[in-house]
Structure formats: C-alpha cells, structure tokens
Design a protein around this ligand. Structure first.
Ligand code: NAP
Ligand code: GFB
Length: 329
C-alpha cells in the first residue's frame, strides 16, 4: 500500500509550483503525479528547473512566482551534494541555499501561497545527540563539521516557517526531513554525488574495465535510505494533509539502517559485479550515524509501505544502465 491516508480527498483547486522540479526528488514527484496519482480537476502542476529562474536571484524568483501565482509550493531547489562536495564547499552551501530559501519563501508569501513544503535533511541534526533523532532536536547543538554550511542553511528553513506563520496565521509553511534519498535521475557524479549513486557508477565502470570497486572510508558508518518514489508519494500526502508548521521526518524505520559496507554489498549484488571490492580508508567517513525515528510519520500514515531496499536499488541500477548516456554523472 503506497498511498498514505487521505482525509480530505476533495481536492480543492491547486496550482502547485515545484522548485527544483528537474532533480532527483522533483522527477520522482513528476513520475508519481503523472503515472500513479494523475492530475486532478482544477489542479495545475509546474515543475521548475534553474533555466526557468535562478532562485538565488530575488528578481528572477519574484518574476517566476508572479507569473505562475501558485497556491501551493513544493520547495526542493537547493545546492545539494554528498559528503565530499560538502567538505569542499561549506561556504557556497551556506550562502547559495540561504539566498534560494529567502527568495522562495518571500516570493511565496508575496503571492499569498497558502502552503509551502520545504526540505530539510536528517544530516542537519546535532552531531552530538541521543538516538533515535526526532523532529524536536533540530536546533539542539552544532551539526557535523563536514556539512555545517548546508546544515545551518537548512535549519533556517524551520525558522522561516515559524516566522511566516507568526506573521500571518494562515501561512502554513512547513518542511519535511528526508533521510538519504536515492533513485532514477539521481546525480551519479562520483566526486559530488551521494554514496549510492557513486557506488552504482563506480561498479558500472569497474565492471567494464575489470578494475576493483573502491568504496571510500571504512564502510562502518550507518545510513537509512529512502527511495525517491516513496518520498514523492509521502510528499503528496504532506502537501494536502499535514497541518503542522513543525517539520516531519520522512524516512524508513530505524531497523532499516544499514552500514555503508552492507549498502556496497547490495550494489555489488544488484549490479552483478564480479570483481574485487576494496575500502580506501584514507577517505573520510563523515557522520558515523544519524539514526532518525519515523514514529511521527507512522502515527499519521500507519499503513504506508516502503519499497523494499533491494527492489528500489535494482530499479535505480536498471535506470542508470539504460540511461547511462543522458544520466547526470
Ligand atoms: P538535485 O537532484 O541536485 O536537484 C536540485 C534541483 O534544484 C534541480 O532541479 C536544480 O535545477 C535546482 N536548482 C539548484 N540550484 C538552483 C538555482 N540556483 N535556481 C533554481 N533551481 C536550482 O537535488 P535533490 O536530491 O532532488 O534534492 C531535492 C531537495 O531534497 C533538496 O532541497 C535537498 O536538500 C533535499 N534532500 C535531498 C537528499 C538526498 O539525499 N538527495 C536528502 C535529504 C534532503 P537544475 O536541474 O536546472 O540544475
Ligand atoms: O551520501 P554521502 O556522500 O553523504 O555518504 P552523507 C557518505 C558516506 O558514504 C561516507 C561513504 O561514510 C563515505 O565514506 N562512501 C563510500 C561514499 N563510498 C562512497 C562514494 O563512492 N561516494 C560517496 N559520496 N560516499 C550527506 C550530507 O552526508 O547526506 C549532505 O553531507 C546531504 O549534506 C546528504 O544531506 C543527504 O550521508 O555522509
């Protein structure tokens, strides 16, 4: 059952503007809207890319919002990257995301959008924390040093949401907190991308060249992974059903957490890689773990079932191999 509970199934007219509509999560929402849920009577969906407007520019942002006059906004646009890109560019992650977030939320407010759902991430929580992490802990201490720029910029979205709600009670601007996302249309760039697309791309090359698959770090850190299509299905539930300004974690349960080694072994199995696997421990491990609780989500959507990890990984690998030439890599 992939459909979260729908209380008010009457879909009032909605004009939904999706910033970052051409990325990993944006494409998953496009797929779910067009192939599963369908576009309903009175609804309009607009998916933006950076060529429609550079959202770091206040004028361009205001212009694209004035043009579309959205009633609802799914705000995905951001400077995004894996551990190693973050370690190289904390200043840009901080500034670029602050610019984007300030422009988008103010532009939404100026066109009286009733709902804005933004994106935080489970990697922005305090580095020194108790586990499992939950939504109440966002500001309880400094984030991990590897991605403090991105983390603080993302945490400010929670401050923006509360400030807009204070300004005008009718403003339900909220945020979701996904854990590590993967799926078709991911960024498979080995330098800048996340671990799963990086390992898939490396396994593909190692297979062709008969070279070893090199996993970075010790393999001991632990992660929870959510399939982009499952995140998209939950996003659509949040857009119309979730009524809190407080953010909500969208993640598989704590019991689904795997080590990087287990994730690498799953990639080897799904890609049917037959070569040698080595670990380059001169590379950073980043955060050891960021185990998040999805208890709040479970309260709202007790029957939602996530796609099994191996099946999601196979769909992602099949997509990558079939779209190798056009994939971001
Ligand atoms: P992505 O694949 O890198 O896509 C980023 C999107 O933002 C693209 O559509 C990109 O447009 C757009 N964008 C970037 N800079 C822009 C700018 N200056 N002006 C306008 N658009 C801009 O990212 P993603 O993985 O889908 O992430 C979507 C959201 O989920 C982000 O807010 C991210 O922080 C959050 N998130 C991601 C993960 C993860 O593991 N991927 C985990 C937790 C949270 P172009 O296509 O034109 O470049
Ligand atoms: O997805 P990832 O880059 O980011 O995962 P984080 C990094 C972990 O995977 C580290 C190991 O333990 C790496 O040592 N790893 C092993 C690899 N092989 C590879 C590889 O080929 N590529 C990559 N990238 N890692 C990010 C945050 O943390 O989480 C971002 O820095 C973002 O801000 C993202 O929020 C969701 O999960 O460590």
């Amino acid at each position: 059952n992939h459909q979260p509970e729908k209380k008010n199934s009457t879909s009032a007219p909605m004009r939904v503007l999706v910033t970052g509509g051409t990325g990993l999560v944006g494409r998953a929402i496009q797929h779910v809207i067009r192939e599963e849920r369908g576009i309903r009577e009175g609804e309009e969906w607009i998916f933006l890319s950076s060529t429609d407007a550079n959202l770091m520019d206040a004028g361009e942002t205001r212009e694209v919002f004035q043009k579309h006059q959205p009633t609802h906004v799914i705000h995905l646009a951001a400077m995004v990257g894996g551990l190693f890109k973050n370690m190289r560019a904390n200043l840009d992650f901080w500034r670029n995301n602050i610019y984007i977030n300030d422009n988008v939320l103010q532009a939404a407010h100026e066109v009286d959008a009733v709902r804005v759902v933004s994106c935080l991430s489970t990697c922005i929580f305090p580095d020194k924390t108790t586990y499992p992490i939950d939504e109440t802990m966002i500001h309880n201490g400094p984030p991990h040093k590897s991605n403090f720029g991105y983390s603080y910029a993302k945490r400010m979205l929670d401050v923006y949401n509360r400030a807009y709600h204070d300004q005008e009670r009718g403003r339900f601007y909220t945020a979701v907190i996904p854990t590590n996302v993967f799926g078709p249309h991911d960024n498979f760039n080995i330098k800048d991308g996340h671990v799963l697309p990086g390992l898939i791309h490396k396994a593909y090359i190692a297979q062709k060249e008969g070279s070893p698959l090199v996993v970075w770090g010790s393999g001991t850190p632990r992660r929870q992974f959510i399939y982009s299509l499952d995140l998209a299905r939950l996003f659509l539930w949040v857009l119309t059903e979730y009524q809190e300004v407080e953010p909500i974690i969208l993640s598989v349960g704590e019991e689904e957490e795997v080590s990087i080694k287990e994730a690498a072994e799953a990639v080897v199995e799904v890609m049917r890689f037959k070569g040698q696997v080595t670990y380059d421990t001169t590379k950073a491990d980043g955060q050891f773990k960021k185990t998040a609780s999805n208890a709040k989500l479970r309260q709202y959507c007790p029957n939602f079932t996530f796609t099994p990890f191996k099946q999601a990984l196979k769909e992602t690998c099949d997509w990558f191999v079939a779209n190798y030439d056009s994939a971001r890599k």
